[in-house]
Write a protein that binds this ligand. Structure first.
Ligand code: SER
Length: 616
């Protein structure tokens, strides 16, 4: 490739971009964490994520717009990552954003100026796409000097952008760079958007005009917005005259490190090149994810992390590396990125610990898992692996289902996923049921019996005893008008001071007195309609529905429970101080005797760690 423009390092590109827009009055924001502050999003996937509320008009900015260089993870095409040199699961996105302060014309003009004057990319190698109906943007590019045959119109699939199933979105216009005919597919139809290596999309300018409610109802936003995103590594590829992302300055040293460990040069063979790219990509994304607090797990973003790490470990095997090695490569990831992302150095010990722990635990079973899978493959002509086998591989040998699918796909096979999911669900439900207090559930869970009752007023934050009335009695699973000494009952009150079991804190016990009886409350829970349900025994006398009553919590027991509840918070804080901010509550049980606190951490605690937590 003949470079008819100056070469630039990744760091130079980043600062040139940010300086250019800062000089034009846009405010610089640091990258937000990969763990978004947005429940609709698993991982940060675009620069605009952190500005969502500005787009929605919930927040306003005094500057005309914002800029950032955002850490992004995209794993929707994880199976393709490594197959070629054009995709990364982790990348940096440069972007300028505006929420009514910058016009579409201005945004295009700045993009054009930056790319042709500052980065000095030759106009004859630049191509532009616009949304089919967007004449306005087409005319803007023309007025800036773009030739008609360098502009194409594409439909919704290519030129309409949304961060996710809900939220701000809109039509877009992309800027492509022509890497040269010699790297293209040669097809006469080859143009921007073609799947070959010739046209590289470097910049996407989105004109965020709508809010999608998740059902494809597009409501126009109050003002037109600008959201542009430029793949930093993609532009670096262009600026450094290399034909793939893995040869960019900040990425290639990571791949070299892996090459050294494997004793395999990049370029030695197609298969080993794929493995080198997979590992290079995945070790970058996982290092960044862990530095932002993601921990391996079987759900959500933790699953994405686990899947990436295990896919990388497997490709290590394919390269002939027969020991855990990924955590060593983290050093090079840090070295290449610490200037822009100092958190990597700060968290380096933890990143390595998490990766080696995960890798080692997978290594313990990987061979047995492969032996099992290969045995099955040898014995069968079927093209579908049974759900039972896939479940065994996942449950006992730690093969995430997607990894099994990928290995099978390489052999032209598939998995009975429906059966696999059914087995996995069954296992989760069994586990959940055994965790729950099945008794309490059975006595309070029957919604029908208590149907129609009003939500109970809870007085227990301020009072331990209250004047109230019996609103319903249940005996032997059915509503009863009355109950007498010796009856085991369930009852509800108009107002109650009894705390109902929730969030791992046990329900209150105590006593309820009426003119004619004494009732001992053994436990309290709450149904889905907010009705507090007291499990009780009539100790003496006779009670009728509607009776006035005085309900009193066993105060000594309640105070003991409260102390343990406080202890749970202190314990969590101490765990976070000693082990790190990644510690999250995974479950807890608080009663009058003790507190049990389940938390997320990647390994068992050492004696020193335990002692430090205890001391705090
Ligand atoms: N949000 C758009 C993208 O991610 C432009 O920043 O491509």
């Amino acid at each position: 490739m003949s470079a008819d423009y100056p070469s630039m390092t990744t760091a130079e590109i980043r600062s040139k971009f940010l300086n250019f827009f800062e000089e034009r009055g846009l405010k610089l924001y640091p990258s937000s964490s990969l763990v978004p502050d947005d429940p609709s999003l698993l991982l940060a996937n675009a620069g605009m994520n952190q500005f969502k509320e500005y787009y929605q008009g919930k927040k306003t900015m005094k500057e005309i717009g914002a800029i950032s260089c955002q850490k992004c993870v995209r794993t929707n095409d994880i199976d393709c990552i490594g197959e070629d040199g054009r995709h990364l699961s982790f990348f940096e996105m440069l972007g300028d954003f505006s929420f009514g302060g910058v016009s579409k014309q201005q945004a295009c003009a700045w993009a054009f100026e930056l790319i042709t004057k500052e980065f000095k990319l030759p106009l004859d190698r630049l191509y532009f796409t616009v949304f089919t109906e967007d004449d306005e943007t087409h005319d803007v590019w023309r007025s800036l000097g773009v030739a008609e045959d360098h502009i194409s119109r594409l439909g919704e699939d290519d030129n309409f952008w949304a961060a996710g199933p809900t939220g701000p979105c809109g039509p877009c216009s992309e800027i492509y760079f022509d890497m040269g005919e010699e790297v293209g597919c040669g097809s006469p139809d080859c143009k921007p958007g073609c799947d070959c290596d010739r046209f590289v999309e470097v910049w996407n300018l989105v004109f965020t005009q709508f809010e999608n409610d998740g059902h494809n109802n597009y409501t126009p936003l109050d003002h037109p917005n600008i959201d542009t995103g430029m793949g930093l590594e993609r532009l670096a590829c262009v600026m450094q005259g290399v034909d793939n992302l893995f040869l960019v300055d900040t990425v290639q040293n990571i791949m070299r490190h892996i090459s050294r460990i494997a004793g395999v040069e990049y370029g030695a063979g197609e298969k080993s090149d794929i493995s080198l790219r997979v590992i290079t990509d995945h070790i970058r994304s996982t290092s960044f994810m862990i530095s932002d607090g993601v921990m391996p797990s079987n759900e959500g973003r933790g699953y994405v992390l686990r899947r990436l790490l295990r896919r990388a470990a497997r490709h290590g095997r394919l390269l002939g590396i027969n020991r855990p090695f990924l955590s060593e490569v983290v050093d090079t990831v840090i070295q290449e990125n610490e200037k822009a992302y100092p958190e990597l150095r700060e968290k380096s010990a933890m990143i390595k610990k998490v990766i080696s722990f995960e890798e080692e635990s997978f290594y313990k079973t990987i061979d047995k898992g492969f032996a099992l899978l290969n045995g099955i493959l040898d014995r069968t002509d079927a093209t579908i692996l049974s759900g039972e086998d896939a479940f065994l591989l996942s449950d006992t040998f730690g093969f995430p289902i997607d990894l099994t699918k990928e290995i099978l796909a390489e052999k032209g096979m598939a998995v009975d996923e429906e059966r696999f999911r059914a087995l996995a669900l069954k296992q989760r439900e069994t586990a959940r049921a055994s965790r729950k207090n099945a008794g309490a559930d059975a006595w309070a869970g029957d919604a029908d019996v208590l149907e129609g009752l009003e939500k109970t007023a809870f007085a227990g934050y301020t009072k331990l005893s209250t004047e109230t009335a019996v609103t319903a009695l249940v005996k032997d699973g059915a509503r009863a008008e009355s109950a007498e000494a010796g009856d085991e009952i369930v009852l509800t009150l108009a107002e109650t001071p009894f705390y109902a079991e929730s969030g791992g804190q046990i329900g209150d016990s105590g006593v309820i007195r009426t003119d004619s009886c004494t009732i001992r409350v053994l436990d309290t829970t709450k149904n889905a309609s907010g009705v507090y349900v007291h499990k009780a025994v009539v100790e003496e006398g006779f009670v009728r529905e509607g009776d006035a009553a005085e309900a009193s919590v066993d105060a000594e027991r309640r105070f003991a429970i409260m102390r343990n509840h406080t202890a749970a918070h202190l314990l969590q804080a101490a765990l976070r101080t000693v082990l790190g901010d990644h510690v999250e509550q995974a479950g807890q049980l608080v009663n009058e005797q003790a507190v049990r606190f389940d938390f997320t951490h990647f390994s068992a605690l050492t004696d020193e760690e335990l002692l430090a937590v205890e001391r705090l």
